[in-house]
Structure formats: C-alpha cells, structure tokens
Design a protein. Structure first.
Length: 288
C-alpha cells in the first residue's frame, strides 16, 4: 500500500506540473499583476494548488478585486477568474486624506483631494485607512446606512449622476443628483420601495427643471416634489408610472396597481402625490 502511494506521489510530481496560467475578468490589473499576486509559478505542482490560498493572496494584494475563482484542469492548467469593483465612492479619512471605497465598504486606494469623478460620501470619516481593509468609522450607523443606499443605487441606471450621498443624519439621508435634484430619503426603512419610487419620478418629464424630491413617505406614503420655480405633480408609485405626471388619484400600493402581466392597469389610478403646494390635496384639485 505504501508503495502505491509513493508511486502516485512521484507521478503527480512529475506529470502534473503547472504549464499554463490563464487570467480572466481583469480590466484594472494586467495578467502579470494577477499572476504575481497569486503566488503561482510555472512548474508548481498542479494538485498542490490551494484555491482558497491563491484567492486570498490576490484579494490581499489587489484591492479592486472583489472575488476570485480558481480552477484546475489536467494536465497542467490553472484558471484564475477575478471580478473587480466597478462603482467606487470618495470618502474622507481622519488624517485629512481622501480614499476610494466600494459598495461593500472596502477601501481601494488613496485618491487626490478633488476626486470629482466619484460620488462623495458625506457624514462618515474613515479611521486609520489602509488599502484592502474594510472601512472603520466612529459613525457606524451612518456607514451602514450609506452602504445600504449604495448597494441599491448600483442596481439603477442613474448612479453616475449622483454626486453626493449625505448620511450625516442616518434618519435623513440626502442624495444630490447633479445640480438638478436634492432627494430626501429619510431613514433606511422601505429603501427598496423608495428607490423604485425614485426611478418612476425621475422618468417624469414634467420635473425636468429640477427641485427637491421628498421620499421620506411621511405624508400618507406619498412623495412630495418641490420644484425650484413652480409646482407640478409626480407619479405616485414606481409601478404605476407611465412617464407622464398625474394631478389627482386614489390611494394604491405598487402591488395593487399592476396586473399579472406586470403592466399598470388602465382601470386603476395612482395614489395621491403631494406637491410643493402642501396646503392642497388631490380631492380639492379635482373639485376646482
């Protein structure tokens, strides 16, 4: 038995050597940088490659790498597939420097003080920053709120237009959308609903001039839009929006206004949405 084991080990050492290392999914880092970070080398024993160890080395050395998959194929190929961070955010550190952070709170690298091409995260200050480490802040509640919003924003198509995410008050989160909109989200409760609602509102051409979008849902689960210069109505729920504004409606939820086909029902109307003129209601406007 021992002889069989010895023969197997000998054959593995002779015949199963790494002859090719393939890198996939990398854009920010070169193949050579990924291979160097992996610690792999041609001629190493293929069967002795530890996938977890290789992945850990790469993520520790290359901060923008979010995930690593390592595969082995006989007789001698190792495939390293990486997933890199796409969206990043600028945040201040306690030492006065500016750092870039991804949606999971991982610090990527120190940035220039301006960092104007990234959304700014306001209301948190990173302590003792180090590339590749998770951000540590005294404002833990604010950081958690910011990461919740960030991860939902990354599922939208308007993230590139967000210039600032203010979590100074975690119960009053504010987004700044270019110079057009100031978006008040309140706390993190119902945040997925609020993001769907926001998508519907931003699609309405009648609010193109910009203003304040209040999505705190403090008024009967409705949004309030306050234009910079005039008052218009906005879509009441994300599912009901058709790209046109409405001036009066009955109260509904997103689930009630959608047929099985996923399209808004023509027999149902959106719920009432408050406008910048907070003294009026949908019923009053209908009577006038």
């Amino acid at each position: 038995m021992l002889l069989v084991v010895a023969i197997f080990i000998f054959c593995a050492a002779i015949f199963f050597k790494i002859t090719d290392i393939v890198v996939e999914g990398n854009n920010l880092y070169t193949d050579e940088e990924v291979v160097e970070a992996s610690g792999l080398a041609l001629g190493d024993n293929l069967l002795a490659v530890s996938r977890g160890t290789v992945a850990g080395r790469i993520q520790a050395s290359l901060p923008y790498v979010e995930d690593v998959q390592v595969g082995r194929a006989l007789p001698g190929t190792v495939t390293v597939t990486v997933r890199e961070s796409d969206a990043v955010y600028a945040v201040y550190a306690a030492n006065g420097t500016v750092w870039l952070m991804n949606s999971s709170g991982k610090l990527l690298e120190q940035a220039s003080p301006g960092a104007s091409s990234y959304p700014w995260l306001v209301g948190v200050t990173v302590q003792t920053p180090q590339a590749g480490d998770q951000a540590v802040c005294a404002e833990t509640e604010a950081l958690d709120a910011a990461l919740t919003v960030i991860q939902l924003l990354e599922a939208t198509d308007y993230l590139p237009k967000i210039v600032e995410i203010d979590v100074t008050k975690p119960y009053d989160i504010i987004l700044r959308y270019e110079s057009l909109y100031e978006i008040h989200l309140g706390g993190v409760d119902q945040m997925e609903y609020k993001m769907r609602y926001l998508t519907a509102i931003l699609a309405d051409s009648q609010i193109a001039e910009g203003g304040i979008i209040d999505l705190t849902l403090e008024k009967e689960n409705a949004a309030v839009f306050k234009p910079w210069s005039s008052t218009v109505s906005v879509p009441e729920t994300p599912e009901e929006s058709t790209g046109e504004t409405t001036e009066e409606s009955d109260s509904q939820t997103p689930e009630e206004s959608t047929e099985d086909t996923g399209e808004p029902s023509s027999s149902e109307t959106p719920e009432s949405t408050e406008t910048g003129e907070e003294t009026g209601t949908a019923d009053n406007s209908a009577e006038n």
